[in-house]
Ligand binder design. Sequence first.
Ligand code: FAD
Length: 307
Amino acid sequence: MLGPVILAASRSDRMRRLVSAAPVTKQVVDRFIPGETVDEIVPIIEDLTAKGLELTMDVVGEDITTPEQAEAARDAYLELIDRLKGLELGTRAEMSVKLSMFGQALPGGHELALANVRPVVEAAAEIGTTVTLDAEDHTTLDSMFAIHEELRKDFPQTGCVIQAYLFRTEADARRLAVNGSRVRIVKGAYKEPAEVAYQDKAEIDKAYVRITRILMEGSGYPMIGSHDPRLITIAQELARRAGRKLDEYEFQMLYGIRTEEHLRLAAEGHRMRVYTAYGTDWYGYFMRRLAEKPANLRFFARSMISK
Ligand code: FAD
C-alpha cells in the first residue's frame, strides 16, 4: 500500500522541499543517481562500459514550468553528448529522455517538446548513438508516440518505452514491433487509475509476458527493462523460441538495482544496458525508486532517524 502514497508524494512540492533539504538524503540518493554534473558522471560511464555494460543516460528532471527550463534540459543533454564525443562509445552509451522535461506539458507543449528533442536526437546520431523516449503518465503517451513517429522519419533508430500496466499497451506493442524499431517494455512506474491500468501485480506480470512475446515475435528490437528474475528468464525463453540471437534484443536495468545481475547477464553474452540517471533535479526519479520497493523507504527513514 505504501507505493501509491509515495507516488502521490512525488508530485507534492511540499514533500519535494522537505526530502530535498534533509541532510541524509544525498547518501541514499547516490545509490540510484551517481552524479550531479557531467564531470561527475563521465568517469562512471567509463567505468561501466569498461566492465562490458552498455548505458542509457538520463539527465533527471521533469514537470518543468517554463520554456527556458525546457531549453536548459535540451542543453544539458547536448553538453553530455558533446563530452561523449571523445569516448567513441557509439550505441554503448545512448540517451533516455522524458518529454515533460522538454516542455510537453506547457502551452503548445507537443510542438515545443518536438522542437527541443530533435537537436538532441540529431547530436546523438552524429556521435553514432540513439535516443529513447521514456514513457510517463498515460495522459502524455499519445503525444509521445506521435513525436516518436515523427523522429523516426529521419532517425529510424529512435526508441520508445511502453508500460505493461496499461490496457492499451498490447495494441501499441503490435503497432511498434516492426521495421527495426527499438522498444523498451517496462512494468510502469506511475500511479494510474483503474480505468486505464491493471492494479494487480500478477495481472501486470502476465501482461508483461504477453507484450514481450509480441515484441520478440515482431521485427523490431526488444529492450527488456526489468529487474524481475522470473520475467528475465521468460524473456530469454521467448527470444530463443522466436529464433533471436543474443544481439537481437537486450536487457536493461536501473543503476544501483541488482548490480550483480547486470554483470552476470553481460558475462553470459547478453547486451545489458544500465539506465543511469544524473543531475540535480532528482526528486521525482528518486521517489519512484522508493515507491517500487518499500524496503528502500525503510532504509531511507532509518538513516534520517539515526542522524
Ligand atoms: P519489480 O517486481 O518491481 O522488481 C523485481 C525485483 O527487482 C524486486 O523484487 C527487487 O529485488 C528489485 N527492484 C525493483 N525495483 C527496485 C527498487 N526501486 N529498489 C530496489 N530494488 C528494486 N517506468 C516507466 O513508467 N517509464 C519508463 O520510461 C521507465 N523506464 C525504465 C527503464 C529501465 C531500464 C528500467 C529497468 C525501468 C524503467 N521504468 C520505467 C520503471 C519500471 O516501470 C518499474 O517501475 C521498475 O523497473 C520496477 O519493476 P521491475 O520490472 O523491476 O519489477
